[in-house]
Design a protein around this ligand. Structure first.
Ligand code: NAD
Length: 503
């Protein structure tokens, strides 16, 4: 049994006297694999106090020194990527190669943050007025917190902390209590890289820890990624307490397939983006909008590919798709299958019947299994179409035109990711201009921006106005200062009560 602790002051920290814990499962068997500690208010306070104590020295360490720690951290991540992926896969359920991909995308943000000396360069204007110069600088905020979801236990925290720490802040991570182990290996690697104790802290926990971080006077900014109701709550509570907050929420991502698209390419993309990581990705494609007349042919191609997928445990190299994260989540996802049928959809592939490891069906196999599921002719006004399911369920909605498809995307609650598949450059350009979504793919089903751009959606997929990583991330974790400086000379002209204007 794993005992998953906090990481405070550069060490795994046990809860004195036991404290609350939560079960952590092996999703492939459904068995309890360990327990994670759930921080009390006092434990969060201890973590923040340690982060605050470490802050001044880290803030004052040179840009080059900070950057060197980042470079070492990057090398250690590379060296330990298999172990990190193994920890992710064991608690999340995703297959090892997918977990390696998550680690690689996280490392890209570390690589971006290695360039912090360049990213923090300010501007300088000589002679804005007579013998007056002006320059801008950006400074860290202090202690900042990150609250992260279960679906990317390494990558989503790495969207945040490399940039925050490189910019000179102390960072307190509150990972998902469903797959918390990766956070501790990341903490150990930071220590090995030479990061001073207290600059990176992990508090394991649930709503108690989140609420204390949101109310703590020494926490200056909060980055959140998770479901929309919690994102909205974190944004409203954190900003009401005077904090800077960026809160990324849920998603329902559509792929619009125009009649001129290459349907084999589309079917490959829809199956990859719909069922990778069992659909538990905020950028997963969950709805295919098939513009007439491609629907029947496209669904045939999707079904033949889905039937060939191998479902099995994440640590089996033959597996292409693993289990869902918990039994409760699997049951919620499964409930959408009967709901979809009752709403008028046609269940063309039923993932409950998918063989696991080529043996018993998903619903008969111990563990949190559901195979890839396809619902066709999903009505546009159904819950299955409108709500985030966050599992291996791909809905196909038939539409008669580009305009009808676009209206469905723009009429939705979320605006995280979307994609158009077409060979018509004009149509693609029109789509990128007209669609109300933050991340757009053109013949790319999962358009996750590179680390040097910023990641974030629109509407109920993001509360706040700053996306994560890239230059927006640097701005989020720093505040600007503009200095106006004049070195007097003997011509100094005495008192003047007028408003300063240029002379
Ligand atoms: P979640 O909202 O349940 O949990 C996210 C975090 O909030 C966790 O750390 C959890 O401990 C905490 N939390 C949960 N309930 C809380 C409450 N009532 N009060 C305070 N804190 C609470 O999300 P999840 O199930 O872990 O992750 C899946 C969700 O995250 C999906 O909706 C997915 O779309 C979203 N997501 C979004 C993005 C994005 O970039 N927009 C990326 C990844 C995941």
């Amino acid at each position: 049994m794993k005992n998953i602790t906090h990481w405070i002051d550069g060490a795994r920290t046990e809860v004195p006297g036991g404290g609350r814990t939560s079960e952590v499962f092996d999703p492939a068997t459904g068995e309890v694999a360990g327990h994670v500690h759930l921080a009390s208010v006092e434990e969060v306070d201890a973590a923040v106090a340690s982060a605050l104590a470490a802050y001044p020295a880290w803030r004052d360490s040179s840009l080059v020194r900070r950057s060197q720690v980042l470079f070492r951290f990057r090398e250690l991540l590379h060296a330990n990527r298999d172990e990190l992926a193994r920890l992710i896969s064991a608690e999340h359920g995703k297959v090892h190669s997918d977990a390696l991909g998550e680690v690689a995308r996280g490392i890209e943000v570390v690589e971006f943050a290695c360039g912090i000396p360049h990213l923090l360069k300010g501007g300088f204007s000589e002679g804005v007025s007579t013998r007056v110069d002006s320059y801008s600088i950006r400074q860290p905020l202090g202690v900042v917190a990150g609250i992260t979801p279960f679906n990317f236990p390494a990558m989503v925290p790495m969207w945040m902390f490399p940039v925050a720490i490189a910019a000179g802040n102390s960072f307190v991570l509150k990972p998902s209590e469903r797959d918390p182990s990766a956070s501790l290996l990341l903490a150990e690697l930071w220590k090995e890289a030479g990061l001073p104790d207290g600059v990176f802290t992990v508090v394991q926990g649930d709503k108690v820890a989140v609420d204390r971080l949101l109310g703590h006077p020494d926490v200056k900014a909060v980055s959140f990624v998770g479901s929309t109701p919690v994102a909205r709550y974190v944004y409203e509570t954190g900003t009401a307490a005077g904090k800077r907050v960026q809160a990324l929420g849920g998603a329902k991502n559509h792929m619009l397939v125009l009649p001129d698209a290459d349907l084999d390419l589309v079917a490959d993309a829809a199956v990859s983006a719909g069922f990778g990581s069992a659909g538990e990705r905020c950028m997963a494609i969950s709805v295919v909008l098939a513009v007439d007349p491609v629907g029947d042919e496209l669904v045939d191609k999707i079904v033949s590919r889905v039937s060939a997928l191998t479902v099995g445990p994440g640590d089996d190299p033959a597996s292409e798709m693993g289990p869902l994260v918990t039994g409760a989540h699997r049951d919620k996802v499964v409930s959408y299958l009967d709901l979809g049928v009752s709403e008028g959809a046609k269940l063309v592939v039923d993932g409950r019947l998918t063989p696991v490891r080529g043996g018993a069906t998903a619903e008969e196999t111990p563990g949190f299994w559901l195979g890839p599921t396809v619902l066709d002719h999903v009505p546009a006004d159904s819950r299955v179409h409108r709500e985030e399911i966050f599992g291996p369920v791909l809905s196909v909605v038939r539409v008669s035109s580009y305009e009808e498809g676009l209206d469905l995307i723009n009429g939705g609650e979320y605006g995280n990711g979307t994609a158009v598949f077409t060979n018509d450059g004009g149509a693609a350009r029109r789509f990128q201009n007209e669609v109300e979504v933050g991340m757009v793919g053109i013949n790319v089903p999962i358009p996750v921006p590179m680390a040097f751009y910023s990641f974030g959606g629109w509407k109920a997929s993001l509360f706040g106005d700053t996306h994560v990583h890239g230059t927006e991330g640097v701005h989020f974790y720093t505040r600007g200062k503009v200095v106006t400086s004049r070195w007097l000379d003997p011509s100094h002209g005495g008192v003047n009560l007028g408003f300063p204007t240029n002379r």
